[in-house]
Design a protein around this ligand. Structure first.
Ligand SMILES: C[C@@H](O)C(=O)SC[C@H](NC(=O)CC[C@H](N)C(=O)O)C(=O)NCC(=O)O
Length: 348
């Protein structure tokens, strides 16, 4: 059973604590600003409030005190990098779930993996993909009763589907009535053959040529206002690796592929920075990516220690019992970490 984090009074002051006296759960101080630089030495807090410590108290108040199992930030980041993580699914809202299921199964060749209706919360979920959820990245569609239209916004980019033959795939999609918005051909400024299609709600899918891939649903592309800030966040707060960064000055954008393993075998988060564009409208259609973890509590601690924002404290979901924690990146994109064991039970 996990111990509850210790409460930290707003009047807590920074103090020197002998190493031997450091409790099992330490209190580490982190700046609240997302993307704050790592500090090698944690500042420990004690609850003693004394006179003459106003400045320290003010600085403690201005920062986020984290009750954590870790004794240093380095320990926290090392744990996150070694955690058992992978992208589980991407969650987004659709206006007619049966129409989308038909499009994804008939045009995109996905399988309907499971569907659940939660009438008490007035929504339905459908999980679709190219392989079982215990080993593949999949989509989780959400239909909210009575809502048939969403705003996709300008920040969401696309989902990527890798295929052996883009031209053939696009012809099948077209023949089945799918909307092709960019014909197959080499990507501008590169060699990879790509095409773009749109689903019934207007979500874009990039079809890209990558023969023999084990993970056809391979990318979630989101636009960000500061690429280095976003890379730093996904490295430090999420324990991801920068797999590839490519600048395309001719077309004035840079992309960074972030993930938990090589791009040809694992789904990745593709972050796109368009020169000079620092803000996007995120709409209300795209939801979040879900990431598996062995410990949602430690995960939330790591996010806080790296200056990231936890928008849902770790704990079990009412009704389902699956433990999760939700975080926001510096651009406001959400990720949800899901306990691996609880998730496996959901699939039983
Ligand atoms: C292979 C992999 O790197 C790509 O497919 S990148 C695709 C490329 N992306 C962009 O242009 C991103 C910047 C753009 N301004 C945006 O915000 O989406 C792309 O979409 N190319 C279009 C083309 O027709 O080649």
């Amino acid at each position: 059973m996990r111990a509850l984090p210790m409460a930290v009074s707003r009047g807590a002051v920074a103090c020197a604590t002998p190493a031997a006296a450091v409790p099992r759960r330490s209190l580490l101080l982190s700046t609240a600003a997302a993307g704050a630089a790592l500090q090698s030495e944690p500042i420990r807090l004690c609850s003693r409030s004394t006179s003459g410590t106003a400045k320290l108290r003010a600085s403690a108040d201005a920062a986020q005190a984290v009750a954590t199992a870790f004794t240093s930030k380095e320990e926290a980041f090392t744990w996150a990098r070694g955690d058992n993580r992978r992208l589980l699914h991407v969650v987004y809202r659709v206006g007619d779930i049966d129409k989308t299921i038909k499009f994804y199964t008939e045009c995109l060749g996905m399988k309907l993996l499971r569907k659940r209706d939660i009438p008490e919360e007035k929504y339905t979920n459908a999980f679709l993909g190219y392989g079982p959820e215990d080993a593949n990245f999949v989509v989780e569609l959400t239909y909210n009763y009575g809502v048939d239209k969403y705003d996709i916004g300008s920040g969401f980019g696309h989902f990527g589907i890798a295929t052996d033959d883009v031209a053939k795939t696009v012809e099948i999609i077209r023949a089945k009535g799918g909307k092709v918005t960019r014909e197959p051909g080499p990507v501008k400024g590169g060699k990879t053959v790509i095409a773009f299609i749109e689903d019934p709600d207007g979500y874009k899918f990039e079809i890209l040529e990558r023969p023999g891939t084990p993970e056809p649903l391979c990318q979630v592309m989101l636009r960000v206002g500061d690429l280095d800030r976003a890379i730093s966040f996904y490295e430090k707060s999420c324990g991801m690796e920068l797999l590839r960064k490519r600048d395309n000055p001719e077309y004035k954008y840079t992309v960074a592929m972030m993930g938990y393993g090589p791009e040809d075998k694992n789904a990745v988060l593709e972050l796109t920075y368009n020169y000079g564009v620092t803000e996007y409208d995120k709409g209300n259609a795209y939801g979040q990516i879900a990431i598996g973890t062995d410990d949602v509590y430690k995960t939330a601690d790591v996010v806080k220690l790296s200056g990231g924002q936890v928008v849902r404290e770790p704990g079990p979901l009412p009704g389902i019992g699956t433990k999760i924690t939700a975080i926001l990146d510096p651009d406001g994109w959400k990720s949800v970490f899901v306990d691996n064991i609880d998730f496996a039970k959901e699939l039983e």
